[in-house]
Each structure stands twice: as C-alpha cells, then as structure tokens.
Design a protein. Sequence first.
Lengths: 281, 234
Amino acid sequence: MAQVALGLVNGAFYAMLSLGLAVIFGMLNVINFTHGAQFMMGAFAAWLLLTQLDVPFWASLILSPLIIGLFGVLIERLMLKRIYHLDHLYGFLLTFGLALIIEGLFQWKWGSGGAPYPAPIRGGTDLGFMVMPTYRLFVVVAALVICLATWYAIERTKFGAYLRAATENPTLVRAFGINVPRLITLTYGLGVGLAALAGVLAAPVQQVSALMGTNLVLVVFAVVVIGGMGSIMGSIVTGFGLGLIEGLTKVVYAPASNTVIFVVMAIVLLVKPAGLFGQTR
Amino acid sequence: MPDALLRVEGLQAWYGESHILHGVSFEIGRGELVTLLGRNGAGKTTTLKCVMGIVGERSGSIRFDDGETVGKPSDAIARLGLAYCPEERGIFASLDVEENLLLPPQVKTGGMSLQEIYQLFPNLQERRRSQGTKLSGGEQQMLAIGRILRTGANLLLLDEPTEGLAPVIVQRIGEVIRQLKARGFTILLVEQNFHFAATVADRHYVMEDGRVVDMIAAAEVQQSLGKLQAYLGV
C-alpha cells in the first residue's frame, strides 16, 4: 500500500510532464525533447532562488515557471519557429541538442552531485494504512489540480477553443484574424512552464541535480506513447496510472519496476498503435 | 467604379513552381454581390485565397477599402473586415457547433448576434452541443457561413457554398445569401453552379487559365447564355 502511494507521487510527475509534452506536440507538431532539461531548470531556479535570494518555496512555485516559461518563449521565437515547415527529424535534433547543451552547462557549473532542497511542509499524515510525508501528499493533490485545470483550460475555455482549432487547421484560424504564431509561442511557453512547475514540486522530493530530468523524461516519453500522442486526458490518466503500476510492481517484484512501463508500452503499441487515447491521423 | 470596396489588379500567384494566376483584375462595389465563374482549375479558389492572404506567393495589387493588403499576413487582413468561408467548409472536429460559431473573433462592430444567426439557421441552435463535424453537409455549410457573420466583417468570401448539396438546401442557401446582401454585406462568391449564381448575383466575372476574361452584368445574362456556355462548358 505504501508503494502504491509513492507510485502516485511518481505518477503525478509523469502526468504533469506528459501533459506539457502533449500540449506542445498538439500545437507545434514538435516532440519537445528539451522537456526534461526544462523540468530540471525549474527545480534549479527554485533552488537558486532559495539559496541565493532567500525566496521561499511558495513564491518559487510561481516565479520559477514564469522564468523558465519565458526562456521557452525565447527558444520558440529564436529557433523552433524556423523549423516547423521541416521534417520531424529536425525538431528532434534541435530539441534534443538543446537538452544536451543545457544539461551539460548545468553539470559543468554545479557538478552532477545533487543539492538537497528542504521540504516546505514537514511531518507526515496518517492515511490509515500508512503514514505519508505530508509534502508528498501535497504533490499528488497539487498535480491533480494542475492537470485538471489545464484540461479545463483547453477543453472548456475560449483560449482552449483557439488552441484546439489551430491544432486542426492553423491556416484557417489565422484567416479568421487570430495571430496564430503568437498562439504557438504562448503554447510552448505554457508547456515549458508546466515542466518547470513540475520541477519545483520535485525539488524537495528528489535531489536538485543537472541530470534529474534525463531519467524521468525517458519514462515520460513512454507515458506519452502509451496515452496517445497529443491527447490531454490520455496524458493525465496514463501518467497517474503508470505511476501506480510502477508502485505495484515494486511490491510484487522490485527489480522489474524500472522496466514494467516499457513492457506496458510494447503491449499497448501492439494492440493499439495510436495509444490508449490517441487518434490515428 | 468610384466606390469599390475591393479592387484587385494584376494579381499573380504561385504554388511552389506552378504559376496559377496570371494577372487577375476585378472589383466589387460596396453592397454588391459578385461571382467568380469558371471551370475547375481556372483559378477561382486561388483568387479567393489570395484576397484572404492564404496563398504564400502573390504579387500585384489587392486594395480593400483603399488599403493595400498584398504583403500582409492573413490575420491582419481578416482584421480589416474580410471573412472567408472555405470550399471544404473547415468545420473544426474538436469544437462543438457553438464553439465553431463563436471561434472567429469580432474584428469590427456591427456583426450579427448569435441569436440572429440562430434565427437564420434554426438547425444550428438545435444542435449547438453536437460535435461540429457530426452535422450533415448542409448544416456544416450553414455553420461555415454563420460563423463569419458575427465578426463584423463587411466583405464575405464564399467558396462554392452549394457544392455537393441537395437542391432544397441549395435553395435555402440562396435565400440566406440574398438576405445577407439585403443586410448590406458585400459578397464575393465563387461558383461552379452557374444556375445558382445567376439567381443571386449582380455581376459575374468569368475566369479562364488564371485570368479574368469577361464580365457579365445580371441584366445581360439572358443575351449572353451562349457565350457563358462556351466559357463554362455546360
């Protein structure tokens, strides 16, 4: 039971990260391989804000996604927008290359060893079947709220209607008088901000280190593939679901917990190549 | 024409290597309903797309309300007061009917209200929560037209609104187009269906091989039937 609860914490990060990837992919048609690095930057921003400027966690929760989101906006304006008309491969090369450069720079400046980030909420909460660190409980709830808010913004608001329509037919949406290039920039900024927000939430759970995103993002790509490329609800459900499966596997046979997600991925791709919630296009 | 709302002169357009329009010229007065007639591939749709700024490479002059629009991106052109209803209708599958209707932002004042649009197309109100692409072809066409009436645009570009529709729906769309003209909309209509076009338009421009080759006023249509048949191959 304890492993299940901890699985949910991992699932919370999977869900938030794959959600950002889904939003970005839907709009830009680019698979953002920089996502893990941007998650790490979010955590680092919070850590630097705390250690250099004494900015508390709760302020970083807003500040860090803003800063890293703006950094995303710059990347989109300066680089990504030049490659939309090219093959997917170029998007991969650019975002993957950026991730390597960013992670390399952070490693060079701060080393690969992690720095601890003190948990902003101390103590544990008795859930009846286990005592869970209250902060981790907070992470699960916060991630759920963030995911559902993002889903609501995309499926139920005017801004979301623009996003959905521009995902389908950007030329026509633009011919209606909507500045689609700006919408794309904003979407990328939001997706990156979401990754950074996950990074801030992760800082007290994991160590803050240059490579903290690399391992996580591998699993997240599997989550995205399982859930269905570009599907919003698919990302959320699969993210939490796979966290749970991972947790359960730890109970049954711990060494398999790292591979189980990829086994699930292989099975899903065999049965439903577009992913659980994906539509074949 | 002294008071032209849209004046196109020497318009050329390319899709990659292929040269589609070779100097198209025509104009539309305020409140007029003008059609572009011609066979498949004559360049009618490309002309509409050029006016809307969707075709990448274009040269020549397109003046709307006396301002040059060649060189502007399509969102800037739309905000001048032009609205476009594409041939393939462009209904968004991920939006329901009402979201489709409300999608184009208001660019000017004086557009129709949602209520007025529902009065014009009662079917759309009944199905306002349906997925846009679940509608019948006729309903989708009404949605595609209804969608651009809210924005306050005064020039409507309609690309083959009757294509593939049953005769009674075509008739209904004809009525709607006449009502829109009566409300003061200026309309540029691309049509293959000359018999339909003849019932609604003030003037017809005939296109052939990327050029406008003739202009026929509504009053001259009867005398010009032979000529038109030769142009259109009907």
